[in-house]
Design a protein around this ligand. Structure first.
Ligand code: AMP
Length: 385
């Protein structure tokens, strides 16, 4: 297929390719099909959450250049729902079709050290950090940045995987051992007040749109509940959006990018992490915003006008459904859905393992308290607690 010039719109009827088969690809595929696009999904697993919704599901390894080339030649644009795709794969795809966001954005966001270095050198606020390749470097970083701290593998970590919290100097050798010799990042611990995120889109024309700020709480390093708008002063929310816009523009993102922030006890924002795709914290946009984050991804990728990001209600909340909810058998969906405001989303995963994201509940409501109470209650009822 011929490559498209960057300002050309890709119209309904076209085929959009998705790398990755998880729930983010599934929800993107549902929105894209609703708007009349065709979806081809490429992922290493058969019957993946996104593959179930796709017009065509291709099972292949991201390293299989021949298979990937064949796949890419059959789509009008390529996006992804999983960012740990090799630079080889994205540069190969870029020869044939627009890849949105581009390989440069993936290259930075899939490696903590590159990401933190990019942010710091462009004046975006981050906690102090050092690159670590030996115990001696770890000891030096602890002396310079202090303890407590978090040691993280530089590449391929998510949901708190590949991380060790360090609370005393005596823990340094064990922390370095836990990294298994992998290049790591030492981060000064942020005694944060709360965690918030901004999801924003940019199309090839340079139009920008951000959602209201989301406030996130985690359990065991996995997102648990999100509500919107975040309970932070409006100037701080505006600043979070300004920082996000700066990052999208500096990276020339075409597509969606999520910025995760810490809000410190003194009311300052620090960027924790970037994700070049829709994000778990944006799932409530599906039922509570004019345009869902997945439709927005599609609009940005296809260079269509961006959709309205406003909330349709004063507040909204989302509660994740992990495999743990299945601990006492099939969840009691009937009880959970008794409240007619509660919306259920399930990802088509057959095996409910502990900690595995299986679905979520959304509620739009009159207040943050009401929306959070409703999603939490629905989840307890589902889990037969
Ligand atoms: P990450 O994988 O970097 O998003 O980290 C997962 C979670 O660990 C974050 O959402 C925080 O709750 C916590 N965390 C990560 N880095 C730090 C840090 N430097 N200081 C305090 N908490 C952190």
């Amino acid at each position: 297929m011929k490559s498209q010039s960057s300002d050309q719109s890709i119209l309904p009827g076209a085929v959009i390719g998705v790398l990755g088969g998880g729930q983010l690809g599934r929800m993107f595929a549902l929105e894209a099909r609703a708007m009349g696009y065709k979806i081809h999904v490429y992922s290493p697993e058969m019957d993946a959450p996104a593959g179930q919704i796709a017009d065509i599901e291709v099972v292949g390894q991201y390293e299989d250049e021949e298979k990937l080339t064949h796949f890419v030649k059959g789509v009008a644009a390529l996006t992804f729902e999983f960012e740990n795709v090799s630079a080889v794969a994205t540069s190969l795809a870029e020869k044939y079709v627009p890849v949105r966001p581009g390989g440069n954005v993936l290259h930075i966001s899939q490696h903590r050290l590159r990401e933190k270095t990019f942010l710091q050198s462009n004046g975006f606020p981050v906690t102090g950090f050092r690159s670590i390749n030996s115990l001696a470097e770890l000891e030096a970083a602890a002396a310079q940045l202090g303890i407590p701290a978090v040691l993280k593998t530089a590449g391929f970590g998510y949901d708190g995987k590949g991380q060790v919290k360090i609370k005393a100097i005596s823990e340094l050798p064990a922390a370095w051992k836990a990294m298994n010799g992998a290049e790591s990042v030492y981060e000064a611990f942020v005694d944060f007040e709360k965690e918030v995120s901004v999801i924003a889109a940019r199309n090839a024309k340079g139009d920008f749109a951000a959602y209201p700020v989301f406030e996130n709480s985690h359990a065991n390093h996995i997102l648990d509940v999100t509500f919107c708008p975040a309970a932070i002063p409006s100037e701080l929310a505006a600043e979070a959006v300004t920082i996000t816009r700066g990052i999208l523009e500096r990276l020339e993102v075409v597509g969606l990018l999520t910025v995760e922030f810490f809000v410190t006890k003194s009311g300052k924002l620090l960027v924790n992490e970037l994700a070049p795709r829709p994000h778990n914290s944006g799932h409530l946009t599906m039922d509570a915003c004019v345009t869902s984050q997945f439709e927005q991804q599609l609009r940005a990728v296809c260079n269509l006008p961006l959709g309205d990001t406003s909330l349709l209600a004063p507040a909204a909340a989302m509660a994740n459904l992990l495999g743990d909810v299945w601990a006492h058998g099939v969840p009691n969906w009937g009880a959970a859905l008794e409240d007619p405001q509660v919306k259920l989303h399930l990802y088509g995963k057959a095996e409910p393992r502990a900690g595995r994201k299986m679905g979520h509940f959304n509620v739009a409501g009159h207040s943050i308290q009401e929306a959070v109470a409703k999603v939490s209650k629905a989840r307890s009822l589902a889990a037969k607690l």
